[in-house]
Design a protein around this ligand. Structure first.
Ligand SMILES: NC(=O)c1ccc[n+]([C@@H]2O[C@H](COP(=O)([O-])OP(=O)(O)OC[C@H]3O[C@@H](n4cnc5c(N)ncnc54)[C@H](OP(=O)(O)O)[C@@H]3O)[C@@H](O)[C@H]2O)c1
Length: 238
């Protein structure tokens, strides 16, 4: 995909991986609709980018994906890329984790991602092209004790991506997922012990490492699909 002038919706753009992807694609001439709950962060990023609009919201609100698409079309007249990236993490053994926390995580990581994909795909089909990239995880490919619920949400993203890859074969619509290992972002900001310490990963990935991979996926020739890419720190064993 030639990226210059394209329009991307980025969910989870207020920090971490989403923000880094916006910064990277900005260099390629992409225009953005940025979303997340923290309006101040989105406004700061908008100022940095060449062409961006913001839509502060809670992605777990079922009407949001439709509103995002409408706002992108109203603001820029098109929508070519959706980076389906917003996510939260809650961990604990299955008999001790708070069920309300699992429920909220499922609403954000799974339900909102499926709703966003649904809306994006309807639009891409009517436009005749487009690209959806989902953020999965290393924990979309394996399970770790205390991470069963989070891994479950990311296994769902893997299923979504693979089903769409098959359903969209022979079309001009691309779909892919990235599977990051540990990335230094705000995802674990409330943890007493950061996984860099508990998993002994002195050099986690940086959000920019994932951004380069997302750009690489988007810049493949039309006949090539990078359906999923696992990206892990060289220090990560588990
Ligand atoms: N960091 C890692 O080690 C790692 C590894 C594998 C996969 N991932 C995945 O990468 C994705 C991005 O996470 P990150 O690491 O970049 O963490 P992050 O810095 O915490 O970013 C998460 C983003 O999601 C947004 N978000 C969360 N809940 C939301 C909600 N209810 N409504 C709207 N936006 C919401 C946050 O925005 P607001 O807080 O402003 O709402 C923020 O922009 C997630 O899907 C995560 O599961 C991360």
């Amino acid at each position: 995909m030639g990226l210059n002038g394209k329009v991307a919706i980025i969910t989870g753009a207020s920090s971490g991986i989403g923000r880094a992807v916006a910064r990277n694609l900005n260099e390629a001439g992409v225009r953005f609709l940025l979303t997340g709950r923290r309006e101040d962060r989105l406004s700061e990023l908008k100022e940095e980018l060449n062409h961006a609009a913001i839509f502060p919201c809670d992605i777990s609100d079922p009407g949001v994906p439709e509103s995002l698409l409408k706002t992108a079309l109203d603001s820029f007249g098109r929508c070519d890329i959706v980076f389906n990236n917003a996510g939260v993490i809650t961990t604990g053994s299955i008999d001790e984790i708070k069920l309300e926390d699992i429920s909220y995580m499922v609403r954000v990581n799974v339900e909102a991602a499926f709703r966003m994909a649904y809306v994006a795909l309807k639009h891409f089909k009517s436009a005749g092209s487009g690209f959806l990239i989902n953020t999965s995880s290393l924990l979309g490919t394996k399970v770790r004790p205390t991470a069963g619920a989070y891994a479950g949400t990311k296994f769902a993203i893997e299923a979504l991506t693979e089903a769409l890859r098959l359903e969209l074969a022979k079309t001009n619509i691309g779909v892919a997922c990235v599977e990051p290992g540990l990335v230094q972002t705000e995802l674990h900001r409330n943890w007493e012990i950061h996984p860099a310490q508990s998993l002994n990963i002195p050099r986690p990935l940086k959000p920019e490492d994932i951004a380069r991979v997302v750009r690489f996926i988007l810049e493949q020739p039309d006949h090539v699909r990078l359906a999923r890419i696992l990206v892990v720190p060289s220090d990560q064993e588990l």
